[in-house]
Each structure stands twice: as C-alpha cells, then as structure tokens.
Design a protein around this ligand. Structure first.
Ligand SMILES: [Zn+2]
Length: 366
C-alpha cells in the first residue's frame, strides 16, 4: 500500500485528524496526488475533507472546484475533479456524484469511474464527492455510522456516508424562513438554501452552496462539456426511484438510453425538467451551458427514515445493484448521445457492467 493511501484511510476513519490539520494548517493529502499538469498547481487544501479515491494513475489529472471559483480555495466546499483523457478526439463527459452526500451509490459509482475508467475516445471528468461539506457530518434523518466498511480486493476501504445538505456551519449564512428558488417562482423550507441541487446556476461570491454550484456551471462552460450526468438516489417510496430526468433539449437522447437499458433488463422511467421549478442540475446545466444534462435516480433504502439498513447486503436494494444501475445508465446515455452526435462521443472501458457486479460484487472492483 502506498503511503498516500494509508493517509487517506486514516482520514476516512477519523474526523479528528481533519480538525488537527485545520488547526495546524498542515493540510491534507491531495487526492490522486501526481505531478501537476497543464493548468494545475501543487495545491493542497488546508481544510478540506479529502475522500479515499485512488485515481493516481497515468492519464489522470486533478483539478479542484476552486480552480473554477477561487472563493472555495482552502475551505470545506472544495473538492477534486479527476480528468481522464484518452488523448483522442471526441467529447467531454462530466459525471457528478455526492451532490447529496447521503446518496452513496452515486459517490461509489463515480469513485469507481475515477479509479478504473479508461477512455478510448474523448475524455471523462469525474467529481466523486461534490458536497464535501455534507460529508463532514451525519445524516440526522437516519443516524448510522458515517462510513461503510468494504472488504475490497485492494484491502479495507471506507465509503463515507454524510448528509443531504451543506453543513450549516460552513454555509456562511443562516437559513432563512423560506428559501426562494432561482427564478423566484417557488419557495421551499429554509434549509433548502443548503441544497446544492436547488442552487444552480449558483453565485461565485455567494454562500458556500452557491459557490459550489457556480463552480460546476463554470466547469461545464470552461471545459466545454458535451454530456453531464448528476448521480442521485431516492427513498424507496419516492416516485423518482429508478428514473432518468432529462433537460428538455436532450429528451431524445434520454429516450434512446432508456430503450437500450430496457434491452438489458434494466427498467428506468423518464421525466423532463420542469420549466417552473428552478435551481436543479438537469434544468440549469442544460439551460446555462452547451451540455446535454441528465440526472439519474437509484434507490437508497436508508433514506426511509429510521430504518436500519445494511447498505452492502440489503435484500432488495444492495449497493452493488444501485452502483451497477448508475454505471449502466451513464454508459447508455453516453452511447445514445454519441450515436446522435459523433463529434461529441465519449467511449471508455475498464468499468464493470451489471452482470459483472452481480457476479463478483463491488469488492472485486475496489
Ligand atoms: Zn439527491
């Protein structure tokens, strides 16, 4: 095991280290630390909870949200983005996990992509843990251990499990009585001010949630992203379960993806972004950039409040199945987009499909 991996495991196992590091200004290990590439610095944030993502391999560069919104620098909202380039012409596919830090299938699928994906056309940009602030505290609706222990092929791994919202201490602004969504037509309970997926297009000099949202919007435009996928999970009883939500401009791509998934025995529903309900990724990413924008919802049984759940071995919704559906949906979306727009196509291998994950488990691929 590399020294950096030991450091990261220690971080995964104890928030005390974070506090110590912040107090001394010593800084935590940069995830995937490698020699800086073009447009990079040797930046190591002073006070950021860096997760265990082992993506330090050839062809992977690291950029940070703070490269796009400098106000996030050295603060609890910064997070790494892994840029994995085939070196061959093609499109750019952005994958975001952990917008809601209690929806672990997306974070786990995105971590697997960062660690394993080998693009053969175009490039991938993967943000495994967008809401690093939300990973710093427990889920109040369902208090459980704040990580899931995985006895993986590479050794014991810890998958962190956090909260839906940005931490109130990090927000820089107290919650209002009601949060007025971007566009001003709808309002929600005040804590929704700390929901990254109600904050788009964000504000580069706003509160922490708005800055994180603004960083994703800046990335979409500066990196000329062709296809963007936001990975989420829903409660078992939610109408959002097993769904792809599409910006209206790319509904035909979503339909193609859903038909392809159906051919593989994976049934997903389709919805389109509401014109009135603003601030959501699939709506604002698609409206505010050139990207075809999608959100994928699997099912997290732990989001049924108060129910103890074994995330890895839940009889109906084991984690491998939810990760498999996220990865299959991503591939289906990328392929449907590539069929319609070959110049924006991204192809990759190295990532297991549903059958492989069912047969060998998540553990075999970490
Ligand atoms: Zn979500």
């Amino acid at each position: 095991m590399k020294a950096s991996h030991r450091s990261l495991l220690a971080i995964a196992a104890g928030a005390a280290l974070l506090a110590a590091s912040c107090a001394t200004g010593a800084g935590l290990m940069k995830a995937g630390a490698a020699a800086p590439g073009p447009g990079e610095t040797a930046y190591r944030p002073a006070c950021v909870l860096v997760e265990d993502v082992r993506a330090d391999r050839d062809g992977v560069r690291v950029r940070w949200l703070s490269d796009y919104v400098p106000g996030l620098r050295d603060g609890p909202g910064d997070s790494p983005a892994y840029i994995i380039d085939s070196g061959l012409p093609g499109g750019t596919l952005l994958v975001v996990g952990g917008t809601h830090a209690n929806e672990i299938a997306g974070m786990t699928a995105a971590t697997m992509l960062a660690e394993r994906a080998r693009p053969t056309k175009g490039r991938l940009i993967v943000i495994p843990h967008l809401n690093s602030s939300g990973l710093s505290y427990g889920d109040a609706d369902n208090p459980r251990p704040s990580w899931i222990r995985l006895e993986a092929a590479s050794g014991v791994r810890y998958l962190r499990y956090g909260s839906r919202f940005v931490h109130p201490i990090h927000q820089g602004q107290t919650d209002p009585a009601r949060y007025l969504l971007p566009g001003g037509l709808e309002s929600l309970p005040g804590e929704e001010q700390r929901n990254i997926n109600r904050a788009y297009p964000g504000l580069a000099e706003g509160n922490l949630t708005q800055m994180v949202a603004a960083a994703v919007m800046a990335m979409l435009n500066e990196e000329r992203v062709d296809v963007a996928v936001d990975m989420h999970e829903a409660k078992p009883a939610s109408k959002l379960r097993w769904m792809i939500v599409s910006n209206p401009k790319c509904l035909d791509v979503a339909i193609g993806a859903i038909f392809a998934l159906e051919d593989e025995g994976i049934d997903m529903k389709l919805d389109r972004s509401s014109p009135e309900f603003r601030g959501l990724s699939h709506r604002e990413w698609g409206d505010g950039s050139g990207a075809a924008a999608f959100l994928v919802e699997t099912v997290n049984p732990a989001q049924a409040a108060g129910v103890p759940v074994d995330q890895l071995r839940d009889p109906e919704f084991p984690l491998w199945k939810r990760v498999a559906v996220q990865l299959e949906a991503l591939r289906a979306i990328a392929e449907a987009y590539g069929a319609a727009f070959p110049e924006g196509e991204v192809r990759y291998d190295g990532v297991p499909g549903y059958a492989e994950l069912e047969a060998r488990g998540l553990e075999a691929f970490f």
